[in-house]
Design a binder for this molecule. Structure first.
Ligand SMILES: Cc1ncc(COP(=O)(O)O)c(C=O)c1O
Length: 414
């Protein structure tokens, strides 16, 4: 029956039953994969164990399956297929992009990076200093624990070529106003490279509406296999020097994808589409006509459910005097995704995930490859000598009951 609320039994039934043997709160590290994705990988590898693109039937089918996965994932984010590169990971995709743009920029040109992002969207750009590019840092405000858009005004100038920032922090869970920031950067004559990895599992994306020049996501956090997606405006791909074999320079977008995509995993991206279609068919009384609109409608329902979980958990964390919650002090969806990082005073931090694991509850601990952010927020003196946080991250398939179990177990440990 159609319902405005997510039918969690139905949602969870689309995943292997073993997923639910633990209460899983490390989704920001990598989400679960529905059976539809597993089936697509298996089918590809059973039936099309050949190189795609030749004339014999199995090869033609392989090529069709890869093209289909590529097309559907592009459609899901509002992009044209030839603007989407499927590479091994976001870190690798940024690295390749930085090599390409680095060759295009002149010594003395400026790039702005943050100290809030995952290192994937910082380090590869910082390396371009070796080629004479000037790197500037848009620093997180340690009081608001946000990137203040007005702080960009002092950094942008007529030498700025690119501003790299994230849609959402993988530590803080806080969302940035990508549209406003992008407009500001474009007005200054520069491009934006947006890390959407921590945002994508929670919200619909439309890269055209955002007017993003470059946008990245890690599909293994978006209910898919372990590959990364780079969106780039077509004219930027055309202009960028090829990073693949020289004779592929005219092949868009393959010129920016050295090694080419993983065949079975690109084909299996269609399994993410299968998943959203199954959710839409079950939940939407009058499903919209386009795949993209059905995906967007499902994300709206997921956000509403996630906000209920997030509000409950934020209230719990904020009620504890010995817990420091990082990022927005609310569960409201307009401010944050349900990724919560926190520090606990009075209990050795390394003990906490271990103790929770004994109760069948999985949370994360570490710097999550964002050490610059932790340092900027003064989180440096943890018991193991390096700054780290505890992180409990939820997505739409988590239940309120799991959140209650997490809170109860945390209460007992701290
Ligand atoms: C926000 C964010 N950006 C980038 C990455 C890096 O992604 P990948 O593992 O695909 O390189 C991660 C991974 O945790 C992340 O959370």
């Amino acid at each position: 029956m159609a319902s405005p609320l997510l039918d969690l039994d139905f949602v969870r039934g689309l995943y292997p039953a073993t997923c639910w043997e633990q209460a899983f709160f490390e989704n920001a590290g990598g989400s679960y994969v529905p059976q539809s994705v597993i089936d697509r990988v298996t089918t590809y590898m059973h039936e099309t164990q050949v190189q795609p693109g030749a004339d014999y039937p199995a090869s033609a089918t392989a090529a069709e399956r890869i093209a289909n996965g590529h097309r559907l994932i592009a459609e899901m984010i509002g992009a044209e297929t030839d603007e989407v590169i499927i590479g091994p990971s976001t870190s690798m995709n940024v690295y390749v992009l930085a090599q390409a743009l680095g060759a295009l920029f002149e010594p003395g040109d400026e790039i702005i990076v943050t100290n809030l992002d995952h290192e994937a969207n910082i380090g590869a750009w910082r390396r371009l200093a070796e080629r004479g590019l000037v790197l500037r840092e848009w620093a997180v405000n340690p009081d608001s624990e946000r990137l203040q858009p007005e702080a960009l005004d002092d950094l942008l100038n007529d030498k700025t070529r690119l501003v790299c920032f994230s849609h959402c922090s993988n530590i803080l869970g806080g969302e940035n106003d990508v549209t406003a920031i992008t407009r500001k950067v474009h007005d200054a004559g520069a491009m934006v490279c947006i890390d959407g990895v921590a945002h994508a599992p929670h919200r619909a994306i439309d890269v055209k509406a955002l007017d993003a020049d470059f946008y990245l996501l890690s599909l293994y956090k978006l209910y898919g296999p372990h590959v990364g997606l780079l969106y780039a405006k077509r004219r930027h791909i055309e202009r960028a020097p090829g990073q693949n074999h020289y004779f592929l320079d005219a092949r868009i977008p393959l010129k920016l994808n050295p090694g080419g995509p993983s065949h079975e995993f690109t084909a299996a991206l269609a399994g993410i589409a299968d998943y959203f279609e199954a959710l839409a068919a079950h939940h939407l009384e009058q499903p919209p006509n386009t795949f993209k609109a059905r995906v967007d409608a499902m994300f709206a329902m997921m956000t509403a459910h996630e906000e209920t979980l997030a509000t409950r958990f934020a209230d719990f964390l904020l009620s504890k005097p010995n817990i420091r919650l990082l990022g927005p002090k609310t569960g409201a969806a307009e401010a944050r995704t349900p990724t919560f990082s926190f520090n606990v005073q009075g209990t050795p931090q390394a003990e906490i995930p271990k103790r929770l694991a004994e109760s069948g509850i999985a949370i994360g601990r570490g710097n999550f490859y964002a050490p610059r952010l932790l340092q900027a927020l003064g989180i440096t003196n943890e018991d193991d000598g390096e700054g780290s946080v505890l992180r409990a991250s939820m997505v739409h398939y988590n239940t309120l009951d799991e959140v209650e179990r997490l809170m109860k177990a945390l209460d007992a440990v701290i």
